[in-house]
Design a protein around this ligand. Sequence first.
Ligand SMILES: NC(=O)c1ccc[n+]([C@@H]2O[C@H](COP(=O)([O-])OP(=O)(O)OC[C@H]3O[C@@H](n4cnc5c(N)ncnc54)[C@H](OP(=O)(O)O)[C@@H]3O)[C@@H](O)[C@H]2O)c1
Length: 276
Amino acid sequence: MSSIKDKVCVVTGAAGILCSAMVEALLEDGAKVALLGRTESKLVDLKNALAKKGLTETLVVAADVLSSEDLLKAKASINETWGKVDILVNGAGGNHPDATSKAEQMLPETPLEDSFFGMSLDAFGFVFDLNFKGTLLPCQIFGKDMIDSGAGNIINISSMSADRPLTKVGAYSSAKASVDSLTQWLSVHLATRNIRVNALAPGFFVTGQNKFLLYQEDGETPTARGQKIINNTPMGEFGEPEDLKGAIKFLAGPASRFVTGVILPVDGGFSAFSGV
Ligand SMILES: NC(=O)c1ccc[n+]([C@@H]2O[C@H](COP(=O)([O-])OP(=O)(O)OC[C@H]3O[C@@H](n4cnc5c(N)ncnc54)[C@H](OP(=O)(O)O)[C@@H]3O)[C@@H](O)[C@H]2O)c1
């Protein structure tokens, strides 16, 4: 029997393509999972889909990760139903098209608007708020339960783009790098209180937020960028959301008892490959 059995988890961005696979993994190992996101109907759909698979220990908590008020209400609802939060997965995150440069590099013929100079500050702000503040705030609010109970586990969701930034996605890369830094800083800060803080860094998975970068309009033919990624992934393919299940179970469970402050890639070898 897994010792995350009956642990109380919160997954933010729970209805997302990658996050819903992680939710399923935690439920399979016996945890109770609060499904947190802004759109209640998406969370209810997920709850129902999971119930059809016999995974029923879920609770829908509609909240915006950028609202302390929402998160405090969500925490109150979870505490009332199941007690204190043991495990937090900060899955809510993503990019914004206006924070993505059209050009990979600024060549002499590149129009200004297709380069860094055409990227909007507001869109940068959106991406930083969602990925960084949207991780920080749940750590502060749900982390209090972990301090109270003397143990806890936080898993942030990073990206391949954090360590060595990908072209075009300047805001997303910088924002995810800040998530990595926060992960390491917080792991040290909270180690004395028996709270572990790690991150999981997915490689390339096709989802709503990046499909326009990886596939052409037919939805089947990789873009030049998509093909470049596959060529630079030693395992030669995009990941499937299910590929994250083992890693989340490892970080959430007792097998990683002495692991804190790591950023674990699940990337088919992308981060290990120099391209030659
Ligand atoms: N896809 C990839 O290849 C890839 C690679 C590396 C890292 N990642 C990261 O993996 C994580 C999960 O990705 P995913 O593919 O599951 O995402 P996704 O499919 O784009 O879904 C994102 C989820 O987050 C929720 N969300 C967005 N803003 C929110 C907010 N302010 N408050 C609360 N919830 C919010 C959305 O629901 P609502 O709109 O209803 O709130 C949605 O359910 C993200 O951090 C992403 O950056 C993805």
